[in-house]
Design a protein around this ligand. Structure first.
Ligand SMILES: O=C(O)CCC(=O)C(=O)O
Length: 304
């Protein structure tokens, strides 16, 4: 079968101070490619303030260590509810949530947010997978979820940017297998998918974002550069697709949106109440550890 050539990836732009309007072109991109790339989704001052918030340490102390299938290390902070502090506003602001609701076709709730940190001089990548490959196991009947991948640092091939198989959401959910310590898509099938679908490196500047369907096959390489690569990834589920089991992510919960201007107005960095951070010592459904905990390396790995 010949490789599909769907033409250049469409790019959209957010204009600060204006509503992010979901155009027909954006909806077509989501339907055809499984993702919508928005340049300048957040401004540099908003991103700088996010780094400041994380560097204060209150959020960072919840970091957990992960390894990839090749022994590379990275770390992640994960919270299930956005809360009222600055870091949570990225998952509550209208340019993200209204857009998500239009793309998913209904009211959504915050499923969780991940802060994925690949440090410079350290390595760590993500195997090819679909998020619904493992979210399925959380009792979610329909693939009515998406993630918004927001660059805090410049993300490029050298520091392990996101890469996606364009149109792979149309494959439906693939079987996933343990690859090293992560859940990865069935390797034989993945190779066949790569023969017919375009592999697209999602190179982003700080503040750029990509909304992507939960069945899009995606991965990222290890970071061998001398630059860190931090990204924030709020994830959403449609309200009418609540899980039928309690599990380690949020059940349907009213999402209180804020205006886009709330980010620059916010001065709350310390009150993290209600966020419900992932703690591997309390969560038996994952295999991970808190950063700096001394546990055997085979227990270091997690995939949500
Ligand atoms: O941070 C990345 O590069 C990819 C993250 C990812 O695939 C995930 O968290 O599911």
């Amino acid at each position: 079968m010949a490789k599909q050539n769907p033409g250049p990836v469409p790019e959209f732009k957010y204009t600060p101070g204006e509503r992010l309007k979901v155009t027909d072109e954006m909806k077509i991109a989501y339907e055809e490619d499984g993702f919508v790339l928005v340049r300048g989704l957040f401004t540099q001052p908003e991103i700088d303030k996010l780094e400041h918030a994380v560097n204060l340490g209150h959020v960072m102390k919840h970091a957990i260590a992960l390894t990839d299938g090749k022994g590379g290390k990275l770390s992640m902070v994960l919270w299930n509810h956005p809360g009222n502090d600055y870091t949570g506003l990225f998952g509550r602001c209208r340019r993200v949530v209204d857009t998500t609701e239009e793309l998913l076709g209904g009211e959504v709730y915050h499923y969780h947010t991940k802060l994925n940190m690949k440090e410079k001089g350290k390595v760590g990548g993500f195997e090819w997978h679909q998020d619904y490959g493992y979210w399925y196991k959380n009792g979610l009947l329909f693939p009515n979820l998406l993630s918004v991948f927001i660059a805090i640092d410049k993300c490029d091939k050298e520091n392990g940017c996101l890469k996606v198989l364009r149109g792979s959401h149309k494959l439906g959910r693939l079987d996933h297998v343990r690859i090293g310590s992560q859940n990865g898509a069935d390797p034989d099938r993945l190779e066949e998918c790569k023969k017919v679908l375009e592999e697209f490196y999602v190179e982003l500047k700080p503040g750029d974002g990509i909304f992507f369907h939960c069945n899009v096959l995606h991965a990222s390489d290890q970071n061998w550069s001398d630059r860190k690569r931090w990204v924030l990834i709020p994830c959403y589920n449609r309200m009418d697709n609540d899980s039928y089991v309690d599990h380690h992510h949020a059940r349907a919960t009213k999402l209180h949106k804020v205006d886009d201007s709330a980010l620059m107005d916010c001065q709350e960095f310390e009150d993290l109440s209600g966020k419900w951070f992932m703690d591997p010592s309390e969560d038996k459904t994952i295999v991970a550890k808190k950063v700096n905990e001394d546990v055997p390396s085979e227990n270091e790995n997690a995939k949500q």
